[in-house]
Ligand binder design. Structure first.
Ligand code: PLP
Length: 418
């Protein structure tokens, strides 16, 4: 469904998307006596009724363990769970369902690759290459592998607009690099990295590439076949699905050659004390009872995104981002962080010398939900020599009124500190 979406003319698409706000019950409430303006989507997005109802119906009627039962409920649960895998394969354009490993989220997906793919292949004298823009989930797993293997973590710099210095990155792609791990979209600054180009250069040099797509899948059509990456990681809860769900896409030949990440039920074909035979892909990487209801809900989120249309979402959010950037820029004393040429709908900023936590608390009193702090991207904050920022992150269900509410709340905070 998602890949066959129809693209509407821009004005029609914007009007249709505005109607979608009604699908999200959490948006229609008062917080601290004010209507909620939810602008913390980069941390976790709200879920539409289609997802909430799918999970509730599954729990009410179909729940049983997957893959193991011959009885009807187990078959229903398995069908729904595996159906989501097919939807996710389609959603990111993977060649085969064997390439879709269901995980608890981006963090687990990256740790899986670090331990199962890189750890056996890296040693002293080798390098793992990342960038300054990464979320901690795309830093710490590599630091752990470096400690385990003696490999070195190398980090490509960014400029003051929050863009990766591509010349430096390419110069750092030397033959001793065992993995390049790069974010598709920065959660702290919104920068969209040119991952197609980066991947092409890395592949030319035989460097495996993992893309952290946690902040990309809610905003744009992702096609791993076009990208040509080896691994792509993302989370369900950033794309209007449940927490505790996610995907690791991996090229089949690589996954085939990798040892299991965890041992337990479901990841085996036969267990004997002298030898255990592992299950086929992707089950080899899915030990234990999974988050079945969550995955079923994630499948509903994929269907829902397909109905809205990723192209329509991208176009709508770009317009809203431009509006938010303009409105924020008009506030005296504002400093914007993350002004890259290509950006997703995220804006970090500081106002006067008000601490971001104080600012976040004050705007919350006006019903405006934004994130304050380092956004799990401390090196980005270190680059700018600041402790943190306030971050407003938009989804397609946000509108101009939400942005206006943010600006009003900031002006009120400014007046308080004047
Ligand atoms: N990578 C990026 C860019 C993120 O924004 C996040 C979450 O904020 C993660 C990784 C980690 O995702 P999760 O906590 O869902 O595993």
């Amino acid at each position: 469904m998602s890949r066959a979406e129809v693209q509407l003319p821009v004005a029609d698409a914007a009007a249709k998307i505005a109607e979608r706000r009604a699908d999200f019950p959490a948006l229609h409430q008062e917080v601290n006596g004010c209507p909620l303006a939810y602008l913390d989507n980069a941390a976790s997005a709200q879920q539409p009724l289609a997802v909430i109802d799918t999970i509730a119906n599954y729990q009410r009627r179909d729940h049983a363990n997957v893959h193991r039962g011959v009885h009807t409920l187990s078959q229903r649960a398995t069908e729904a769970y595996e159906g989501s895998r097919d939807k996710l394969r389609d959603f990111i354009g993977a060649q085969s369902r064997s390439e879709i490993v269901l995980t608890s989220g981006t963090t687990e997906s990256i740790n899986l690759v670090a331990q199962s793919f890189v750890r056996p292949r890296a040693g002293a004298g080798d390098k793992i290459l990342i960038t300054y823009l990464e979320h901690h989930a795309n830093i710490v797993p590599w630091q752990i592998v470096c400690e385990q293997t003696g490999a070195e973590l190398t980090v490509a710099p960014i400029d003051d607009r929050g863009q990766v210095d591509l010349e430096r990155l390419y110069a750092m792609m030397t033959e001793d690099v065992r993995m390049l791990a790069v974010g598709h979209v920065s959660n702290a600054l919104g920068t969209i990295n040119p991952v197609e180009d980066i991947t092409a250069v890395a592949r030319d040099r035989d460097i495996p590439v993992l893309i952290d797509g946690a902040q990309a899948t809610p905003h744009m059509q992702v096609d791993v076949s076009d990208l040509g990456c080896d691994f792509y990681a993302f989370s369900g809860h950033k794309m209007f699905g449940p927490t505790g769900t996610g995907v690791l896409y991996g090229r089949e030949a690589l996954l085939e050659a990798m040892p299991p990440y965890q041992g337990g039920g479901d990841m085996i074909l036969e267990v004997r004390f002298d030898k255990t035979t592992y299950n086929e892909l992707p089950y080899k990487f899915e030990a234990g009872t999974p988050n079945i209801a969550g995955v079923v809900g994630l499948g509903a989120a994929v269907d829902y995104l397909g109905e809205v249309g990723m192209e329509n979402i991208g176009a709508y959010e770009q317009e809203l981002l431009a509006y938010m950037t303009r409105r924020l820029s008009e506030i005296d004393g504002i400093r914007l962080y993350g002004t890259a040429e290509r950006k997703a709908s995220v804006q970090s900023f500081l106002l006067d010398d008000i601490h971001p936590h104080d600012l976040g608390t004050i705007v919350d009193h006006k019903g405006v939900a934004v994130r304050s702090g380092h956004h799990c991207a401390m090196p980005v904050m270190q680059h700018f020599c600041i402790p943190g920022t306030l971050r407003a992150s938009l989804a397609f269900y946000n509108n101009h009124a939400d942005v206006d509410r943010l600006v009003e709340a900031l002006l009120a905070a400014k007046a308080l500190f004047a």
